[in-house]
Design a protein around this ligand. Structure first.
Ligand code: LLP
Length: 431
């Protein structure tokens, strides 16, 4: 499987958007995150244009920046007229430093600190999605003291939980996020929010899962949420103005993944929203979603240099590279699948039963097991595909390994957007 923008050239090298990955590795060093800027922008445009054409005025998608947060991604999102979702003071700070417009930032999190809430109120984020009653009361206090009116949403558990290939519709009360509809918490939160004079309740939000390949759970969540809009109106007289369905559309990691196209996923959701609004005679709400993985996932490729090949006869061959769980923890954490290629050669004898291992001092530091790869030799550049989401953002300095650099490639040109860490960087906070 090759992700969009990838192809092998006549010289046998892997190319990303017209850039030879071997040349990129030579120029910038490895490990290296390579991001396809055209693909990121194209994905944003598909979301923004579908949403502006098919949903109510005022609707827009917010990029879930937990997937990849750095100054340049917020600049791109601003240029593409996206909103963004942030989940910490750190993500908010980065977005503001990139001059991302505060009113298009939605602030999430199940345990926002008092200081984070103050920061969000002071800079005037567009919405704070309140997770719990303590937060609601803290926010009212902060808003009163700052003489501000703050627009809020509530994080709701709709009782739908989706995984890649299936989903369940049950009471899903047992989650650390948000207020459950079925046990009355959500209605209590609505009523308490209405008592908070400096808070304006505009939005109900839910997030049903990630790496989802089916549109039905999103349609079901839309219905459950809109039914709750009706209940709220009956009990309080308030019409909620905005529905936010969170993120979740999947990306393709291997041949066996077949995620929906953005339009295929949203068309039935738009229809469900219209049908349910007609049926219940509800004013159509503004619509928001928060895609992360489906915007940046397939746009990322990680390049490593192969350092040694260790064949354990009759068992497997370990091929070890100069990164590992420090730049991609997803296999260690979730057994996440990836496509691995020898970027230095498209042809040659293929070995099976290889394990791509990292350099961390831990046997679980593997990037992928049971792979087939073309003749791996020391010095080859190894590419791992679909590493744009939740790789850099989950990277660490475990074993004091330096976090890699990131380059954006576009139309055959490349530029650094995150510098490689240096040994001095490691000592920044040491005293
Ligand atoms: N909105 C909310 C409130 C979320 O919690 C998330 C993801 C998103 C949006 C974006 O979801 P996406 O479109 O990217 O699926 N570290 C895991 C993924 C955790 C996702 C958590 N929330 C991984 O590497 O697979």
């Amino acid at each position: 499987m090759l992700t969009p923008g990838l192809e092998f050239g006549d010289n046998g090298h892997l190319y990303v958007e017209g850039c030879d990955t071997i040349a990129l590795a030579q120029k910038y060093g490895t490990p290296l995150y390579v991001m396809n800027e055209n693909l990121i922008r194209r994905n944003c445009k598909r979301y923004t244009s579908f949403i502006s054409e098919n949903f109510n005025k005022g609707s827009f998608p917010c990029y879930a920046s937990k997937a990849l947060s750095c100054l340049e991604i917020y600049r791109i999102m601003a240029e593409e007229k996206m909103g963004v979702d942030v989940v910490s003071g750190g993500e908010l700070y980065t977005a503001l430093k990139a001059e991302f417009p505060a009113e298009r930032i939605f602030f999430h999190g199940n345990n926002k600190t008092y200081d984070e809430l103050k920061m969000a109120v002071e800079c005037g984020v567009g919405r704070i999605i309140v997770d719990n009653l303590t937060e609601l009361h803290n926010l009212q206090k902060i808003a009163t003291e700052a003489h501000k009116y703050v627009k809020i949403g509530l994080r709701i558990k709709p009782g739908i939980e989706a995984h890649t290939h299936d989903y369940i519709r049950t009471g899903q009360i047992d989650s650390k996020f948000g207020f459950s509809i079925e046990n009355g918490e959500a209605m209590q939160a609505v009523k308490e929010a209405l008592l908070c004079e400096n808070l304006e309740l505009c939005q109900l939000h839910c997030h049903i899962g990630s790496q989802i390949f089916d549109t039905q759970p999103f349609c079901d969540a839309t219905k459950v949420m809109l039914e709750f809009f009706v209940t709220i109106h009956k009990e309080t007289g308030l019409w909620i103005k905005e529905l936010n369905l969170g993120g979740g559309l999947g990306a393709s990691y291997t041949d066996t993944d077949s995620p929906l196209e953005i339009e295929e996923y949203l068309t039935p959701v738009a229809k469900t929203l219209k049908d349910v609004c007609d049926e219940f005679r509800i004013p159509e709400p503004e619509f928001h979603i928060e895609p992360g993985r489906s915007i940046v996932g397939e746009a990322g490729t990680t390049l490593y240099t192969l350092g040694n090949v260790k064949e354990i006869k009759g068992i497997r061959t370990y091929i070890s590279v100069d990164g590992g769980m420090s730049d991609n923890i997803r296999y260690a954490l979730y057994k996440a699948e990836y496509t691995v290629l020898n970027a230095s050669k498209s042809q040659g004898e293929t070995i099976d039963n290889a394990t791509l291992a990292g350099k961390c001092c831990e046997s679980g530091d593997l990037i992928q097991e049971n792979i087939s790869i073309v003749n791996p030799e020391v010095g080859d550049i190894i590419a791992v595909l679909t590493t744009g989401a939740y790789n850099y953002s989950m990277a660490s300095n475990y074993n004091r390994i330096l976090r890699p650099a990131m380059v954006m490639v576009k139309d055959g040109r490349s530029r650094v957007v995150i510098q490689r860490e240096s040994y001095e960087d490691l000592l920044n906070n040491d005293i």
